[in-house]
Write a protein that binds this ligand. Sequence first.
Ligand SMILES: *Cc1c(COP(=O)(O)O)cnc(C)c1O
Length: 387
Amino acid sequence: MTLQRPDARGRFGTYGGVFAPETLMPALDELERAFEEAWADDGFVGRFHEILSTYVGRPTPLHEAARLSEHLGFRVLLKREDLAHTGAHKINNAIGQALLAQRMGKPRIIAETGAGQHGVATATAAAYLGLECVVYMGAKDMERQRLNVERMRLLGTAVEPVTTGASTLKDAVSAAFRNWVETVETTHYIIGSVVGPHPFPWIVREFQRVIGDEALAQLDELPDLVVACVGGGSNAMGIFHPFADKGLELVGVEAAGLGVDTEHHGASIGAGSPGVLHGSQTYMLQDDDGQVEEAYSISAGLDYPGVGPEHAYFADLGIARYESVTDAEAIEGVKLLCRTEGILPALETAHAIAWLEKAKSDLAGKTVLVNVSGRGDKDVDTILEHL
Ligand SMILES: *Cc1c(COP(=O)(O)O)cnc(C)c1O
């Protein structure tokens, strides 16, 4: 049996918790109470699902990947989050938290973004609900993801460049937390993955579990494995959670970058160790002195030196296992899905696809459900550079 919600201290086993400045404690308490009430309120849950249906385009299809299955030698089913509005699963959480902000009477939203997908999803939710929105983004990521920066601006969001540290996602998260401390009376911070201090990992998982709940209802029989890529871990936890007590294998695929034995990867579980990052105890990349190390991946969405605390808990208990895939393998994963199914996946998603090819000799005869977390239009320039 898996834990349905974190314990009273906001922990999943020894992971999670609340490591935050005193000034944020009242806001985190308020958020926990507001979410608890909202999630028990049929009116709120109904509104959330109505928006997902009429605006986001849910339920997303479950696609029988016949030609990919033939190529691999086992049955593959694809959950098509790439077909959700704005092109990835991130919109589910953005809509949920924006509704929560509105319910709490907060007119301003902030968010951090790496690939820009969470920024675009949040800017979209803010426009839809008429909320003010500011997105923090590493200056380096702004260069890598110009299209998403312009999309956010068109949606009426202010994009704040972050130039501290490596100017990537980790630094954007820190900048967003700093701003939240100063503006917490009027502002809600929409974290984009199952990370951060309690109650965020729990809230984001609950808003994303619609992926797994839908898949369960769409399947004619249970698969043998469920596979998803893992950055912070929200698309994976969203599809895993409803399957976690079903006795099947859950596989999270992290970014091995240039190799997990190099200094250039994002495998927080596979090659990291427990520590405190962005408000919670979890697996993270750190040096011998406990300093956070830079993550690296070809995909900006997996380029994060930590992972959600519930994944750390799943890893230790063996509820899920975590593998990794290199940049080069991910590029092959893009080509494979394009050519067998006519689907251009995000580079993040391509890690999950590439793992199927790597593990194919062990998977003969099985049925594998894969989460296609997003579409790859945003990555075409990067893919071309590596081909
Ligand atoms: C952001 C993103 C991810 C990684 O984030 P998770 O929280 O691990 O899901 C994966 N795929 C896509 C398409 C993304 O945009």
